[in-house]
Design a protein around this ligand. Structure first.
Ligand code: UDP
Length: 599
């Protein structure tokens, strides 16, 4: 266990130094009048860790010692460049010079091993270029993600630790140097991690350049050991979060057109995005590091099933990543967080997949509805979910109805998802059940009655009774089940008109309820007519609503499908609306036909 000895040695030197520095910084910052310019002790810790490892490895692994020495040089150049003035290019020049020297000394990508072939491709002199480029890419990606330093440090530390475990599992494939290297990076990152929140910016950036460089260089050394698959995948996992963030940023920019990619701010990483959504720094660190742990476990799984063919591996990776994305998305929705940065609202309708949509919250939608009550002329509210949007693409009548509706607040997680993909300012959905209750409250406040139409026999009456229990002073104008014949319709319309309710709740299911309301809107003369789908079933208590956590996670559709499997077919609306949104994105209507002139 020579490598463990190396790790313990570097840790034994660095940890007490780190503890002393930590206490010193705390004392200094707590003094009245502080803090003043912080000395960069974080860099000292990194340098001590590098020097200790260098000392340990020099006799037996001179090449590794060379990489670590190079790390020290990169750190010093990056720190000086940043203290002098933010000269990021100088840090990159440092990485290029050190990378070129190392490559000349043999730390080079000599061959590449393609996934589907057994043959190695020799790179010749081009290998030096690839080597240097790879180190620069790793360093830059890492440094860019350094605005919350705990993220890249934690990612690198965890991934290097995983790599160490991989080396223990497959010593013959990876060779001893890779294990030593992994231990060094892991130690360097973990030692810095507790200080991440108090590191000065210059030290943070320089440290990030150094660790990025180390990862790049060490993965090249691994490549020499022919562990092609592992070294191709693991460095990606190591820089996975920054890389993902950069990709996300580019994808987001691409949505606005190619020119925007070049000219607009590109440094909005995933963690910046989460922060702007109102998550705390602690939550963001937890989420991203949690995601990394998940990826690391995936890496270990891949090593464990290393005998399995490449195709099976790809399938396993795709399935695990898809599950992970769903899990973390749900987790994000569940975590309590402050409201997102204020989105431009109420500035008028937006258009989602060719249809109007009012980007309103429930409260804002209710304000509009109250206005309808005061105006006292017929209005129609449509709350489209994903199935309605998808159906309206080919159902001309439904599309026309939505087009002419007085208010179209979004309902359903699918609609909100599509709107977010298309960068429309739609943030929350107005769930049907909540809307019904609030509309009834508004009607009661204004002394207007409510009429309930739809559902099986007895449902409307039971829902009315429940609503009256909850809302004092609510007057019910009438109740009518939804399984009537066309011949009975005129009588029902007449009944509603005579009773003059302020709100008519129509529960006949999409699109029948919308078409029914539209056909009779003028005859009914009700200020607010709204299709409410299965809401009366839920309010009556005959059907249960999804638990609150599922509602918050936008998973109500899943609950309803489990409870009512016959709704399974309706689920196709979700992938359909996502696919339609992607198509819309690719069509990119914002793309300028003429590229803007420079300058
Ligand atoms: N319904 C009705 N008459 C019909 C068909 C349906 O009253 O001819 C009722 C049905 O009993 C249910 C509601 O309409 O209460 C439709 O609920 P669903 O959950 O399908 O609608 P969604 O909320 O999905 O739009």
């Amino acid at each position: 266990m020579n490598n463990l000895a190396g790790f313990l040695t570097s840790g034994a030197v660095a940890l007490p130094a780190a503890a002393v520095v930590y206490l010193w910084e705390r004392w200094r910052l707590s003094r009245p009048g502080g803090p003043y310019a912080r000395a960069d002790f974080s860099g000292l810790i990194l340098l001590v860790a590098l020097a200790a490892s260098w000392w340990v490895y020099l006799p037996t692994h001179p090449q590794l010692a060379g990489v670590l020495f190079g790390g020290g040089i990169v750190f010093v150049i990056a720190a000086l460049a940043d203290n002098w003035r933010p000269a990021w290019w100088l840090a990159i020049v440092g990485v290029v010079v050190v990378g070129a020297l190392l490559s000349y000394q043999g730390v080079t990508v000599r061959v590449v091993n393609l996934p589907f072939s057994q043959n190695d491709i020799s790179l010749g002199w081009f290998g030096h270029v690839v080597t240097v480029l790879w180190m620069v890419i790793c360093a830059v990606l890492f440094a860019q993600a350094a605005s919350i330093l705990a993220v890249p440090l934690g990612v690198a530390g965890l991934a290097a630790g995983t790599f160490f475990l991989v080396c223990q599992l497959q010593p013959a494939v990876t060779g001893p140097v890779a294990a030593f290297a992994a231990v060094t990076v892991c130690g360097a990152c973990l030692v810095q991690l507790p200080f991440a929140r108090m590191l000065s910016y210059a030290g943070a950036t320089a440290g990030a350049y150094t660790i990025g460089y180390l990862i790049g260089a060490l993965s090249v050394m691994g490549a020499l050991k022919n562990a092609a698959f592992l070294v191709a995948v693991l460095p990606l996992i190591v820089v996975g979060v920054p890389l993902f963030a950069a990709t996300y940023t580019y994808a987001a920019e691409l949505r606005r057109g190619w020119r925007a990619v070049v000219f607009t701010e590109r440094r909005r990483h995933l963690h910046d995005l989460l922060l702007s959504q109102g998550y705390s720094q602690r939550q963001v660190i937890g989420i991203l590091l949690g995601g990394t742990v998940y990826l690391c476990l995936l890496a270990l799984l891949l090593v464990w099933i290393i005998k399995i063919t490449f195709v099976v591996k790809i399938v396993v990776v795709a399935a695990t990543v898809a599950f992970g994305l769903l899990f973390f998305y749900t987790l994000l929705r569940l975590l309590p967080h402050a409201p997102a940065e204020q989105l431009p609202r109420s500035s008028g309708q937006v258009r989602l997949l060719g249809m109007p949509l009012d980007p309103l919250t429930l409260d804002e939608a209710l304000q509009e509805a109250e206005r309808f009550l005061v105006e006292d002329r017929p209005h129609m509210i449509v709350t489209p979910d994903a199935s309605a949007v998808v159906r309206a693409q080919h159902d001309k009548e439904l599309r026309q109805i939505i087009e002419e509706a007085d208010l179209v607040p979004p309902d359903g997680a699918g609609v909100v998802l599509a709107a977010r993909m298309l960068n429309l300012p739609v943030d929350v959905r107005c769930a049907g059940c909540d809307m019904v209750e609030q509309l009834c409250r508004a009607a009661a406040n204004r002394g207007r009655a409510v009429y309930l139409l739809g559902g099986e026999a007895g449902v409307a009456e039971e829902a009315a009774a429940k609503l009256q229990e909850r809302i004092s002073g609510l007057e019910i104008a009438g109740c009518q089940h939804g399984y009537f014949t066309p011949e009975e319709e005129p009588e029902i319309v007449k009944d509603i008109r005579q009773k003059r309710p302020g709100v008519l709740l129509v529960a006949l299911g999409i699109p029948r309820q919308e078409k029914w309301i539209k056909a009779h809107l003028e005859d009914l003369r009700v200020p607010i007519c709204i299709g409410v789908g299965g809401s009366l079933d839920v309010i009556s208590g005959r059907k249960k609503r999804a638990p609150v956590w599922m509602q918050r996670a936008g998973l109500e559709w899943l609950y309803r499908t489990i409870k009512e499997p016959h709704r399974l077919l309706r689920l196709q609306a979700l992938p359909a609306i996502v696919w339609m949104s992607i198509r819309e994105l690719l069509r990119s209507p914002d793309l300028p036909s003429e590229p803007p002139q420079n300058g």
